[in-house]
Design a protein around this ligand. Sequence first.
Ligand code: ZN
Ligand code: ZN
Length: 260
Amino acid sequence: MSEFCVVCGRTGVPLEEGVCTDCFVKSHALVSVKAHPKVVICPECGARKTGESWEGAGSPALLSKEDLLPFLLPLDGVAIRRVEFEEGGTSRLLRELSGTIAVRFRGEERQVRVKFEVRIEHHTCPACSRRSGGFYTSVIQLRGPEGRRRGNSRDLREGLRRAWDAVLPEARAEWRSALSWFEPLKEGWDFYLTDTDAAKSLARWMRLRLGAKLSESPSLWGRKDGREVYRVTFCLRLPASRLEPEVRPGLVVAPEPSET
Ligand SMILES: [Zn+2]
Ligand SMILES: [Zn+2]
């Protein structure tokens, strides 16, 4: 006797607990959506609040896959492969999402469609509120090597920023979130931070990662609860070798063809 699906009666199809995959899928949502999805966005910088921390300053206001994927709850044994979302709705604070999700389930690819609403909340993130108040406890100065400088200050700034940006994403999120704002200067960059411990850790980590020299200088800032409060300046000096422009072989500019 060959086995058959207890729901549709088909034979010759894989069964699990007597039910074929097609019938199982009809009665079970392979991907469901979390109840009351909500995205908290900083209207100043676009950062999103995830748990207690804020990430992604500079993100656009439009919802992205990174915003939406956490709301999708796949059933056990369902692997999400691809997701496409379309955003609709007329309200700025309530977005209607329809998603097409390609999943793999019991060895087959299937498509799942979901529709849900996402509520948007705007809150100014701590970094933006401190920035608007000009609050900082420490500064990391990013500078070139000591002594005579070659080239112009724009090249120096670009080289410094390239080196900084190349490694910053690997730094701990809690150090990065202490970065408040930055200012370009003739001799480099000043990064203002709202937490001195984080600034110290970040500066020391950068020293190792960038092969830089680091000096620290506290300056008296004020008094709080009878204690002297210091602001600390960390000066990172990068070696000249770190400031070379990127070498990109293959990006050779061809000479203009000469007219004859
Ligand atoms: Zn069936
Ligand atoms: Zn912000």
